[in-house]
Design a protein around this ligand. Sequence first.
Ligand SMILES: Nc1ncnc2c1ncn2[C@@H]1O[C@H](COP(=O)(O)OP(=O)(O)O)[C@@H](O)[C@H]1O
Ligand SMILES: [Mg+2]
Length: 380
Amino acid sequence: MSKPNFDDVLNSLRKVQDPDLKQDLVSLNMIRDLKVFDDGKVTLRVVLTTPACPLKEKIKNDVLAAVKSVASVTDVAITMDAEVRRPGANAGNAAGASAGTVGGGLERGIPGITHIVAVSSGKGGVGKSTVSVNLATSLALEGAAVGILDCDIYGPNIPTMMGVTENPKLLNDPVKGEVFIPPVSHQVKVMSMGFLVQGDQPVIWRGPMLHNILNQFCTRVEWGKLDYLILDLPPGTGDVQLSLAQMIPLSGAVLVTTPQEVSLQDVRKAFNMWEKVKVPVLGIVENMSYFTGDDGKRYHIFGQGGGELLSKKFNTKLLSQNPLVAQIREGGDEGKPIVVKDPASESAQLFRDLARKVAQEISLLDAKAETTPQLEIGRF
Ligand SMILES: Nc1ncnc2c1ncn2[C@@H]1O[C@H](COP(=O)(O)OP(=O)(O)O)[C@@H](O)[C@H]1O
Ligand SMILES: [Mg+2]
């Protein structure tokens, strides 16, 4: 039996496209460690742009079919892997890069963190924190390295929702001085601005204070290597939100709304804010969309169709429509996001889907900004 031809195998892979990125896997530098053995066995690693890729199975099957079609191939072993990439050396939003108000290297991003994603809403109580914790936990369940930062100083409830009771540990780093070690829960590193607020002290969120706190979170927290850092922003679109959006180099923002018009008006403002600071909006999450009664019927308590309307108006995606479910609130109170509390539930599945879509949107943005990929295929 003859050994399969290496170039034939490689060329077969050039015909497999990433359905999202619309390029072949070889050009996208997704094929690594390709080896062709004398006995006809082929081994390779497919490196996706996110472990939360919704098309993982399809891509794997397409690769398998392509390689199997090459003459003399007897067996194919594919390892699915992921590397969350950041395009260019100075990725991040233009506003973050030009804010100029933050020292300590923030304008170049936070060392070790690939993507920072803000979860925002025009007003409070729409489920922003609920979406944040379920998004972060879902990404971690997909295998990504994830952190969550609670920036909602008025209602810092991320630690409660993540089930974190202890404060971050303080360590003395010989170079950086005192550093915070974030507690880990549900495989997510958790930090909250609330950790820094003592008791009932009022927080002055202005100028140097804001700058100071942000700097601490970005330079004095030992995040380690993170694929995604999820930020739960304070609700609204005022000065504080604007400053935060400008100071932190964000990859994108997710907007949470409820279906009714009042909430939608607030989201409109949020859209304008993100446009101003040049942060791409990844899409809209419509929360508390409906309630399913004991009779099995869906009741649209807060109206219907708002999220869809907005997504059309602003030319963005409606990423998810999540129902109003008692278990979601209970999970929040218990410190167990629904995706870990009841992974098989419809709500959990919807949040898992949402996380994959968010990861996908980020990969797509990256691809747009990507420079020419370099091939790393060694001949064997
Ligand atoms: N889809 C949902 N179903 C049931 N309860 C929800 C849902 N989303 C949020 N909640 C609950 O509503 C309240 C407000 O949500 P929260 O995430 O704290 O909103 P925000 O951060 O926007 O103020 C919380 O008690 C939360 O558990
Ligand atoms: Mg909140």
